[in-house]
Design a protein around this ligand. Structure first.
Ligand code: APR
Length: 311
């Protein structure tokens, strides 16, 4: 393949993302992890599936970063997932160190890569990766809104018994309990869901979306969601690799947009070969602005925690 994507962390999210990338024949894939044998074993296993799945993407597993050289995109999933009773924010101590360390190694070999951050707490980890990478702000993007919107879309489709393909949804803000699903901008075949469901049902779906990650954690008990997170990261990667210019909700560094400065938070962005090519500012109602402010406040709190930890 003429494109190369490195996935850091060969665990649940990373290995699933690697599988989707190669099965869609988007790129060659390098899988990196600190645990010896795991990235090599998973890369070989996926290579052996290739004849059956009918793709010619090359897979490499490694514990060092040399094979990642010249990657177009690096997806960072390294870190610990949460367990029942934990919030994403509880991971900050451990994952900040891991994300800083892997980002520094990534940019040594791929100084022009676009980074897609998946490790949690997402918005805070974007700040860590941005600082550690020295990359321009359009090249550091957080995966959260695509996942949160996909969850909202799945629940809308289930509720109305319609095709998921007919659904669109927008979720703004930080990737946590304070995320801001926007029913006004969420549609079925272009029809706002506010025309199709009672306020009560919309509220229930909004709550389930905000709690979507925790719902999966409480079912799995040993880790967190990975199929939908991997799909979401791959949709972002595809838009960048193919320069599709999809408009997707992603965590981006705001410098004045929506009235915020130096803050990573989920907003609609255009993703193309240059990473974030545009941040789209949509008009918000007063209630939506208040909800976004609450979400921004919680990311600011995490920034303070990071500072306290020396990041
Ligand atoms: N360098 C490389 N890989 C690392 C490092 C490191 N410094 N530290 C940990 N890892 C690897 C682990 O060895 C493991 O294989 O990261 C992988 C994480 O995989 P899982 O434990 O299966 O976690 P996963 O479900 O994939 O979630 C990863 O994404 O969605 C977020 O909250 C989630 O922060 C978590 C991350």
């Amino acid at each position: 393949m003429d494109k190369k994507v490195t996935v850091i962390g060969a665990g649940n999210v990373g290995a699933t993302a690697a599988q989707r990338l190669c099965e869609k024949e988007l790129c060659d894939v390098v899988l990196i992890d600190i645990v010896e044998g795991v990235p090599q074993g998973k890369a070989l296993d996926l290579t052996e599936a290739a004849p059956v799945e009918k793709h010619d993407a090359k897979l490499t597993g490694s514990n060092d970063y040399a094979p990642s050289e010249g990657s177009d995109i690096v997806i960072i999933t390294a870190g610990i997932p949460r367990k029942p009773g934990m919030s994403r924010d509880d991971l900050i101590n451990t994952n900040a160190g891991i994300v800083k360390n892997v980002t520094e190694q990534v940019v040594k070999y791929s100084p022009n890569a676009t980074l897609i951050i998946v490790s949690n707490p997402l918005d805070a980890m974007c700040h860590v990766a941005y600082a550690a990478s020295g990359l321009p702000k359009n090249k550091v993007i957080g995966m959260a809104g695509v996942l949160d919107s996909a969850r909202f879309r799945a629940f809308i489709a289930m509720e109305l018994d319609v095709s998921v393909e007919n659904t669109h949804a927008f979720v703004l803000g930080g990737h946590g309990d304070t995320m801001v699903p926007l029913p006004r901008y969420s549609t079925v075949a272009g029809i706002p869901i506010t025309e199709l469901m009672s306020e009560e049902r919309i509220d229930a779906l909004v709550k389930r979306t905000a709690n979507g990650g925790a719902e999966i954690v409480s079912l799995l008990k040993t880790g967190s969601a990975y199929y939908a997170p991997a799909s979401s990261a791959v949709e972002m990667a595809e838009s960048i690799l193919k320069d599709k210019k999809k408009v997707l909700p992603c965590a981006a560094l705001l410098q004045g947009e929506y009235g915020y400065n130096d803050l990573f938070i989920g907003v609609p962005v255009k993703l193309g070969s240059d990473g974030i090519e545009d941040i789209i500012e949509i008009k918000l109602t007063d209630a939506e602005k208040t909800a976004l402010q609450k979400s921004a406040d919680s990311v600011e709190e995490l920034k303070k925690t990071l500072k306290g930890l020396g990041y």
